[in-house]
Design a protein around this ligand. Sequence first.
Ligand code: AMP
Length: 111
Amino acid sequence: MTIFTKIINREIQADIVYEDEQCLAFRDVNPQAPVHVLLIPKKPVKSLDELTESDRALCGHLMLTVPKVAGLLGLSGGYRTVINTGAHGGQSVFHLHIHILGARDLTWPPG
Ligand code: AMP
């Protein structure tokens, strides 16, 4: 079980900004932008690499939820989404999550 499952189960505290039956969004504890939220499925999928055909609808739901959460957070000027995958991708928590970053100008390429 990862720390994100504990957040879903309310075993540890997080600043939750959105929740529905399939997913949860909460503020990153170490924000890299004025708005930095993590959107996660409640299903404990480890990473993009662990997704299967049975997760097709869940993936669509997550993607459609990103702009909904961005709208709730007032990111009308745009935002960045990031999914880190595996060790080389910089993933540190092995529960799939979409970073939503905004409220500042973001540069490219990322580090
Ligand atoms: P990643 O490196 O892509 O796996 O991202 C994991 C993110 O989870 C990092 O940005 C961490 O700051 C964040 N994080 C870790 N623990 C917590 C927590 N308890 N509450 C909120 N965010 C967390």
